[in-house]
Write a protein that binds this ligand. Structure first.
Ligand code: MG
Length: 210
């Protein structure tokens, strides 16, 4: 896994200026203090370019200015690939004031094509589609610590390093099942779904009869 990461950079407070995504795709993941956006702060945003370069944008205080990161999230020419985008998008809206768009969610894609299993975690999808075993040991570590350990850095990077390849593999499956279009419609709806979570409808299905 480590060889796939060619360049791992920790950046305080924002992405460096001038990063380009030649294939129009950026892999994104977020680490927070917990899962409640109104209580738990956003600590880290990982960005991968699909060519082995990973930037870990670390937020140590309540300064979320980050103009370069916000520009990327709002850039309509760059698709942001997440695994379970819904939660991360709410935190981006809350702390950075931007709802990332357009987005691709590898978890939704997996649910739409791997109907024979309930196992849609990043680790499971990665293992089946790419034959890569991921280590999830640092998942519950303290992302708000002033200095990240080497293990945390590599764990954080590993969450974005496979997303481009996963998207390609999932798109192949979706295509063969003729489900690319419904997947794309789900991704288009994600900013609305995340906003419903953010404004208080996270636990109710407003499309249900009751
Ligand atoms: Mg993660």
């Amino acid at each position: 896994m480590k060889n796939r990461i060619k360049n791992l950079v920790v950046c305080e407070g924002d992405l460096p200026e001038g990063i380009t995504f030649e294939n129009g795709m950026a892999a994104i993941d977020c680490e927070m203090m917990g899962l409640n956006p109104h209580r738990d702060r956003l600590c880290l945003v990982q960005v991968g370019d699909g060519n082995g370069n990973v930037w870990l944008v670390k937020f140590s205080s309540n300064n979320y200015d980050a103009p370069n990161l916000k520009k990327l999230f709002a850039d309509s020419r760059v698709v942001k690939i997440f695994h379970f985008a819904r939660t991360d998008m709410v935190f981006c809206q809350k702390y950075l004031g931007v709802m990332p768009s357009p987005v691709y969610c590898t978890k939704i894609a997996s649910k739409l094509c791997r109907t024979y299993t309930e196992r849609h975690g990043l680790k499971n999808v990665c293992e089946e589609l790419l034959g890569v075993k991921m280590d999830k040991e640092q998942q519950c570590s303290n992302w708000g610590a002033p200095v990240l350990t080497e293990a945390q850095k590599h764990y954080a990077a590993s969450d974005v390093i496979y997303l481009h390849d996963m998207k390609n593999a999932l798109d192949e499956r979706l295509k063969s099942l003729d489900r690319l279009h419904i997947a794309s419609q789900c991704f288009d709806f994600l900013p609305v779904r995340a906003n419903l979570d953010y404004i208080g409808w996270e636990n109710s299905d407003i499309f249900a009869h009751h």
